[in-house]
Write a protein of this length. Structure first.
Length: 347
C-alpha cells in the first residue's frame, strides 16, 4: 500500500515549468532541473492533420519537406500563432517528461511581458488542454530571467534584465519582487535571421533558407566591430538563374545586415532606462545591466549597449537557460516566490 501511495505521490509531485519560446521550448521538472530542450517546431501532414514529428526531428525537416508535410512553428513573436498545433506540441513535451496519462502536473509557463490578457489566457488554456493541473500559472519572462540569472529580485533595489529571445526582447527593471518599468519589443533572433535573408537577396542576389541564415548569424553576426573580422562562404540559390551559388561574406557585412533589429533592441534598453525612477537608475549604474536569452550571446552586444548607455553590462552565467531556471526556481520555492506568478483562477 505504501509503495502505491509513493508511486502516486511521484506522479503528482513532478511539477514542471515551461519556457514556451518562439525558437525553443525548455521544460524544468521540480527536483530534477531542465530535462527537455527542443525546438518549438511541429511537422504536420496537411491532408489529415496528423503530427509526424515534434522538436528536433521536426526542425530538421524545415525547408526540406514535400508538399503534403508542413513544418510549423506554432509561436510567433513570443505568442501562440497556431493554438491547436501549440497544444499538441505541449502535450507531446508533457508526455515525454510525464509518461503517465493520469499525471496532472502543476505547471508554470513563461510569457512575454507585453502580451495581452487574451494571449495570456490562450497560453493557460493550451497548457490545461495539454494536461496541466488547474490553475496553470504564468510568469513574465523578464522576471523569470532575472531570477534565473541570480538577481536579488526581492531586494528594495533596482535590477535591470534584458532577455533577448527568438521572437521578443524583454527589458525590465525589477525591485521588491515586481516589475517597475518594462519594455517588450517583438524583435529577437528570428528578426536577425530575416534581416540576413533580405540582405543576401538584395546585395548578392542569393536566396538563403531559414536554417542557413541561422547558421550565418551564429557564425558571423556581431553588434560591435571585432578585433579581427572574419569571412565565410555562404551557399544558397541564385535569384536570377535559380542554380546553386556560393558567395563569400564577412562579419562586417552581416553586422550591416542586422543593424536595424540590433538598433531596435538597444533602443528598448534606452527607453526603459529613460522611464526608470532616479533611485533605481542609480542602483543599475552600480549593479549593471544583465543580459539573458540566446541574443545575449551576440558578439559585441555588451560593448554596444555600454557604448550607448554608459551602464556596465553583464551576461548571465547561463543565458540560454536563464528563463527556464528562473521559472523552475518558482516551483522549488513556491511559497516564497508565488507573488511573482499569475494564475488562471485570478486573472
Amino acid at each position: 500500500m505504501a509503495s502505491i501511495l509513493n508511486a502516486m505521490a511521484g506522479l503528482v509531485s513532478r511539477d514542471m515549468a515551461v519556457d514556451l519560446g518562439t525558437a525553443n521550448t525548455l521544460v524544468y521538472v521540480r527536483g530534477e532541473g531542465i530535462v527537455l530542450d527542443e525546438p518549438s517546431v511541429v511537422a504536420v501532414n496537411v491532408h489529415d492533420g496528423k503530427v509526424l514529428a515534434v522538436g528536433s526531428d521536426a526542425k530538421r525537416m524545415i525547408g526540406r519537406t514535400p508538399n503534403h508535410i508542413q513544418a510549423i512553428r506554432p509561436l510567433k513573436d513570443g505568442v501562440i500563432a497556431d493554438f491547436d498545433v501549440c497544444e499538441r506540441m505541449l502535450r507531446h513535451f508533457i508526455q515525454k517528461v510525464h509518461p503517465s496519462r493520469f499525471a496532472k502536473p502543476r505547471m508554470v509557463i513563461c510569457v512575454p511581458s507585453g502580451i495581452t490578457g487574451v494571449e495570456k489566457r490562450a497560453v493557460q488554456e493550451a497548457a490545461e488542454f495539454a494536461g496541466a493541473r488547474r490553475p496553470a500559472y504564468i510568469i513574465e519572462e523578464p522576471m523569470a530571467a532575472a531570477i534565473g540569472a541570480g538577481l536579488p529580485v526581492q531586494d528594495p533595489a533596482g535590477n535591470m534584465i534584458v532577455d533577448i529571445g527568438g521572437g521578443t526582447t524583454e527589458v525590465a527593471v525589477i525591485s521588491l519582487g515586481g516589475v517597475v518599468v518594462s519594455q517588450s519589443v517583438r524583435v529577437g533572433g528570428d528578426e536577425l535571421d530575416a534581416a540576413i535573408v533580405q540582405y543576401a537577396k538584395k546585395e548578392h542576389g542569393l536566396v538563403l533558407g531559414e536554417r542557413t541564415s541561422e547558421d550565418v548569424k551564429l557564425a558571423l553576426a556581431s553588434a560591435w566591430p571585432l578585433q579581427e573580422e572574419m569571412y565565410a562562404e555562404v551557399r544558397g540559390r541564385d535569384l536570377v538563374t535559380g542554380l546553386p551559388k556560393t558567395v563569400v561574406t564577412s562579419t562586417v557585412e552581416v553586422r550591416e545586415a542586422i543593424a536595424e533589429p540590433v538598433a531596435a533592441i538597444v533602443d528598448a534598453v534606452k527607453i526603459t532606462l529613460d522611464n526608470t525612477p532616479p533611485e533605481l537608475a542609480a542602483d543599475i549604474m552600480e549593479r549593471g545591466i544583465m543580459l539573458a536569452g540566446g541574443g545575449a550571446l551576440l558578439a559585441g552586444l555588451p560593448e554596444r549597449i555600454y557604448n550607448e548607455t554608459g551602464m556596465p553590462v553583464i551576461v548571465a552565467p547561463d543565458p540560454l537557460y536563464a528563463v527556464a531556471l528562473g521559472s523552475g526556481e518558482t516551483l522549488e520555492a513556491f511559497e516564497a516566490l508565488k507573488d511573482v506568478l499569475f494564475s488562471s483562477d485570478h486573472d
